[in-house]
Design a protein around this ligand. Structure first.
Ligand SMILES: Nc1ncnc2c1ncn2[C@@H]1O[C@H](COP(=O)(O)OP(=O)(O)O)[C@@H](O)[C@H]1O
Ligand SMILES: [Mg+2]
Length: 251
């Protein structure tokens, strides 16, 4: 039986008076991997921020449901506690806060409970091993001198340690090197199970070779204009997003 995890129903959203999402609907069931593609400025990041309840965006129509419960009006931390996760790539270097430190506060915030440090450390060590990340990584200061690949490790480790029901990854930087691509795809493959789901925004078709998404959605001008299986990626590679514009105009 299909188990609905996230249901976005005809959502409209704006930021600073700009209408960005214009009637977007999307359903994600447990056990599924969804990929969202679309040109710059289509509204992909807005969509995932609206799902997380980012205060910068105002929902002007439609609703969002998570496990059957309406979450449209919940605050971000309440959504996080329900099992929603959006990887945040803090671009700034934060000397004084380690990777582990950030994970600890994120975990406490997500569970709303004090952290059991020994158990947490043990779990972190296991996850680092599983992902074949060096243990020393956890004690490094956040983003200080981090390469692109190390920033990716940070995102994947966050996802693993918070173990959300729905993990959303917004791959804003398209210039991932081969190693970073592998970090993301192998991380997602190790994370996914029949009880959770992954929603990933990417331009990177290399990631998709390892990831094998169940559904690919094309977003144009604040709406999903086409949904297909992994073969849709080939279409995008060959023809770009231009051919989908006609669909958008006629819908
Ligand atoms: N906070 C904001 N205030 C005003 N406009 C915004 C804001 N965030 C995004 N936009 C605009 O909304 C459109 C979609 O942006 P975004 O969701 O970031 O697109 P994508 O992630 O698909 O590249 C863009 O035109 C962008 O300028
Ligand atoms: Mg974006």
């Amino acid at each position: 039986m299909m188990k609905k995890l996230l249901e976005i129903k005809d959502i409209y959203a704006e930021a600073e008076g700009n209408e960005i999402l214009k009637g977007l609907s999307l359903t994600v069931n447990k056990g599924e991997v969804h990929v969202i593609m679309g040109p710059n400025g289509a509204g992909k990041s807005t969509l995932v921020n609206v799902v997380m309840g980012h205060p910068k965006y105002k929902v002007t129509g439609g609703d969002i449901y998570f496990e059957g419960e309406k979450i449209t009006d919940l605050k971000t931390d309440e959504r996080a506690r329900k099992g929603l996760f959006l990887s945040f790539q803090s671009p700034e270097e934060v000397p004084g806060i380690t990777v582990e430190g950030l994970l600890r506060s994120a975990r406490s915030a997500a569970t709303g409970k004090p952290l059991k440090l020994m158990a947490f450390r043990k779990e972190l060590k296991e996850k680092l091993e599983l992902l074949q990340f060096d243990e020393s990584y956890a004690t490094r200061y956040l983003n200080v001198g981090f390469s692109g690949g190390e920033k990716k490790k940070n995102e994947i480790i966050q996802m693993m340690m918070l173990n959300p029901k729905l993990a959303i990854l917004d791959e804003t930087d398209s210039g991932l090197d081969v190693d970073a691509v592998k970090i993301v795809s192998s991380g997602v493959n190790k994370f996914k199970n029949p009880e959770n789901a992954v929603l990933i925004i990417t331009h990177n078709t290399k990631i998709l070779e390892d990831l094998k998404p169940d559904f690919v959605h094309i977003v144009l001008d604040g709406k999903i204009v086409k949904t297909g299986d992994a073969s849709l990626v080939e279409e995008v590679n060959k023809y770009g997003f231009a051919e989908f514009k006609d669909i958008a105009i006629n819908s």
